[in-house]
Design a protein around this ligand. Structure first.
Ligand SMILES: [Zn+2]
Ligand SMILES: [Zn+2]
Length: 257
């Protein structure tokens, strides 16, 4: 029996939300039995909380994506703090820095990221970090909060071996997506080998990025997490049951679920 947890799914997005019962049904059938649904703006944070209230083993994580940093208003944060008290909110994020797309000004991204780290330290919730093309800046901000942050995970991870070591040395966690199954992702697979299972989690980041051999499936969904898990088991040289058990322990400990 395997029991995988999809630690980063956008279940309130188009393509998944309208057929959520079927999506979760297929997921359970594939052995993916728990889900963290991630908010990215004020509207989706509301939806994520409602979804978590409705489904057992589905948990809420509330954030404002760095892409939306320049749209954010103080009342969004006020509301987010209210929602934290509503139950089943297990983490904050995604938050962080995206200097690849730069959809929001870098200063606005940094300010919002710091605001989230402050809320996390007050609420004692773990933080899901989105960091793209901004490794040094992300680590620098995290360093400034080192004495008061809670647990930190770098989601949709793709970095170098050195960055991976730095993240692990700081006591943070790493979450891998289906990217590790892609043909050209040799470096990501090398990183997987170096991350201990008590610091590793896995995610779909659906509806984006279907893993191989389902990469052509336009809308990724939690059921497909099994392909990422199988690849990791292969890279670690262990069976899928052992991997599932260890990842489940790590994930439960990280999110307190
Ligand atoms: Zn992200
Ligand atoms: Zn995401």
């Amino acid at each position: 029996m395997i029991s995988l947890i999809d630690t980063h799914a956008h279940l309130t997005y188009d393509g998944l939300a309208e057929s959520i019962d079927d999506v979760l049904g297929r997921s359970r059938a594939a052995g993916v039995t728990k889900w963290i649904s991630i908010g990215t703006d004020a509207e989706h944070n509301e939806k994520v909380v409602s979804l978590a209230a409705k489904y057992e083993y589905l948990y809420a994580c509330l954030g404002i994506h760095p892409h939306h940093a320049s749209e954010y208003k103080p009342e969004h944060i006020q509301r987010l703090i209210e929602l934290i008290g509503s139950g089943k909110v297990v983490a904050l994020g995604e938050t962080g820095l995206d200097f690849h797309y730069n959809f929001s000004k870098q200063d606005a991204q940094k300010e919002l990221f710091k605001r989230f780290l402050e809320i996390a330290s007050l609420s004692r919730l773990p933080v899901v970090i989105h960091s793209r093309n901004a490794f040094e800046e992300t680590m620098q901000i995290l360093d400034n909060y080192a004495d008061r942050t809670t647990k930190i995970v770098f989601h949709c991870y793709s970095g170098t071996i050195e960055q991976t070591r730095e993240i692990i040395d700081k006591g943070f966690y790493i979450s891998f997506t289906g990217i590790i199954t892609f043909k050209n992702a040799e470096l990501a697979r090398e990183c997987v080998k170096t991350v201990p299972l008590d610091r590793m989690m896995i995610e779909t980041d659906c509806p984006y990025m279907s893993p191989e051999p389902m990469r052509k499936q336009k809308i990724n969904e939690p059921a497909l997490l099994i392909h990422t898990a199988q690849k990791i088991a292969e890279l670690k040289g262990i069976d899928i049951e052992t991997l599932s058990e260890q990842l489940e322990n790590t994930t439960k400990e990280f999110f307190g679920i």
